[in-house]
Design a protein around this ligand. Structure first.
Ligand SMILES: Nc1ncnc2c1ncn2[C@@H]1O[C@H](COP(=O)(O)OP(=O)(O)OP(=O)(O)O)[C@@H](O)[C@H]1O
Ligand SMILES: [Mg+2]
Length: 352
C-alpha cells in the first residue's frame, strides 16, 4: 500500500502536485522556500506569548528584538531546541504566521487553492517521535504531504556537492542549536558526530564569562551581539563598550570587552568542535581518509561567518578548510536542489 502511494506521488503529473514548499526549521532561524520562486522567508525562530490572554502576539524578528525587554506576562519562546521541536503548539503558531507572510500571499488571487507538498529537514540524530512532530506541525498548517530528509544530506547538497557521488566529503555545519560533523557520499551519511553545544550555547558561555570576570549581568541578545561583533580568528583585537547590570549594586554599569575575552570564553567550545572533527576522522574507514585530505573540510552554518574560522580549523586539524558562500542558506538551498529530481527525493526521504 505504502509503495503504491509512493509510486503515485512520484509519477503523478505535475499539474496535480500543486505547490512545493521547502522548510529548514533551524534552532536560530527558520527558512522557507517555494519551488521555482526561491527563498521567501528568513526569520528568527522566536515568538512571544501573552500569558494573560494565552495568545501568541509577537513572531520572528519582532519577538527576538524584544528579548529581555518585555513585561512579565510576555514570555519569549524558542520552539526549536537543539534542532528539534520542543514546544509543539508554539511551533505550529509560528509556522502559521510565517506561512501567511511568505506563502499564502501567492494564493490570494486564486479561487481554488492548490495542494501544497512540503519537503523539510530533520537532524539525523532525531528520534522517530521528533520526526513525526515536524510532519504533524506541517500537516497542521495546511501542507498535504510531507517529505522528510536528513539535514546533513540537504546541507551537503547546498554546499554544491553531489550527495550521490562516491567521493566522500567532510562537512561541519556550525549552527545555532547543533554542530553537525558528517561525511557524506554514495547517497548517504558515511559517518557523523553531533555536538549539542552550538552557537546559542556559546552566548551562555559569554554570559558566564562576563558575569565572573567583570561582575556584570548581560541580556541574551547582548551576549550574541558580542559574539557576532567581536569574535574573529584573524588576530584582530576589537573592543566594544557594553552596558549591563552590576552584580554588586544592581545598577547599570559599563565595561569594555575585547575580542580576546570572547575567544577565552569560547575556546573550550571551539576545541570541543575541532576534537569532534579529529575523532570522526580517526574512526572513519581508511579508504576515505585520503580523499578527505585531498578535498578538505567544508564549513557552513551561522558560525562559519566568523572571520578566520577556516584558518582556525586548518591549523587545528591540519587539513585544508574552507567556508562556502551564504553559509546560513546552505540547508534550504540543498532542499531546493534535491527536490528538483523527484526520484532522488524519494531515494533520500525518511520513512516514518
Ligand atoms: N557573523 C556571525 N558571527 C558569529 N556567529 C554568528 C554570525 N552570524 C550568525 N551567527 C550565529 O550562528 C548561529 C545561527 O546559525 P544558523 O542560522 O546556521 O542556525 P540554525 O540553522 O537556525 O540552527 P540549527 O541548524 O543548529 O538548528 C547563531 O548562534 C548565531 O549567533
Ligand atoms: Mg541549520
Amino acid at each position: 500500500m505504502f509503495n503504491f502511494i509512493r509510486n503515485f506521488q512520484e509519477f503523478k503529473p505535475s499539474i496535480f502536485k500543486g505547490y512545493e514548499i521547502y522548510f529548514d526549521l533551524g534552532t536560530a532561524s527558520t527558512k522557507i522556500a517555494i519551488k521555482d520562486k526561491g527563498i521567501v522567508l528568513r526569520e528568527p525562530t522566536y515568538l512571544g506569548l501573552n500569558t494573560k490572554l494565552k495568545e501568541y502576539i509577537f513572531f520572528g524578528t519582532e519577538a527576538k528584538s524584544i528579548l529581555g525587554k518585555t513585561p512579565d506576562f510576555i514570555k519569549i519562546i524558542r520552539p526549536i531546541v537543539n534542532g528539534v521541536i520542543s514546544d509543539f503548539d508554539a511551533q505550529v503558531s509560528l509556522l502559521k504566521k510565517f506561512m501567511e507572510q511568505s506563502v499564502y500571499i501567492y494564493f490570494n488571487n486564486q479561487l481554488i487553492k492548490p495542494g501544497m507538498q512540503a519537503v523539510a529537514i530533520v537532524p539525523s540524530i532525531s528520534t522517530e517521535i521528533e520526526q513525526k512532530a515536524v510532519q504533524e506541525a506541517l500537516l497542521k498548517v495546511g501542507l498535504s504531504h510531507v517529505f522528510l530528509i536528513e539535514k546533513p544530506l540537504a546541507t551537503a547538497a547546498g554546499c554544491n556537492l553531489n550527495v550521490f557521488s562516491h567521493q566522500p566529503n567532510l562537512i561541519v555545519d556550525l549552527g545555532g542549536g547543533l554542530i553537525e560533523i558528517f561525511i557524506v557520499g554514495s547517497g548517504g551519511i558515511i559517518a557523523q558526530k553531533t555536538i549539542k553545544n552550538a552557537g546559542d550555547y556559546m552566548n551562555k558561555l559569554i554570559y558566564n564569562y562576563v558575569y565572573l570576570k567583570y561582575g556584570l549581568i548581560l541580556g541574551e541578545a547582548t551576549c550574541e551581539s558580542l559574539k557576532i561583533n567581536l569574535l574573529n580568528f584573524t588576530n584582530t583585537e576589537n573592543t566594544t563598550t557594553i552596558r549591563g547590570k552590576s552584580l554588586e549594586s544592581g545598577l547599570p554599569k559599563s565595561v569594555r570587552i575585547k575580542t580576546s575575552d570572547i575567544k577565552e570564553a569560547l575556546l573550550t567550545s571551539f576545541n570541543q568542535i575541532t576534537d569532534g572533527v579529529k575523532e570522526l576522522i580517526e574512526t572513519s574507514p581508511p579508504e576515505i581518509l585520503d580523499e578527505l585530505l585531498y578535498r578538505g573540510i567544508i564549513l557552513t552554518g551561522g558560525l562559519a561567518n566568523i572571520k578566520g574560522i577556516d584558518s582556525f580549523f586548518a591549523n587545528e586539524i591540519k587539513i585544508d578548510s574552507y567556508c562556502i558562500h551564504n553559509v546560513q542558506d546552505a540547508t534550504i538551498n540543498g532542499i531546493i536542489k534535491l527536490s528538483k529530481d523527484y526520484r532522488n527525493l524519494h531515494k533520500l526521504s525518511i520513512d516514518i
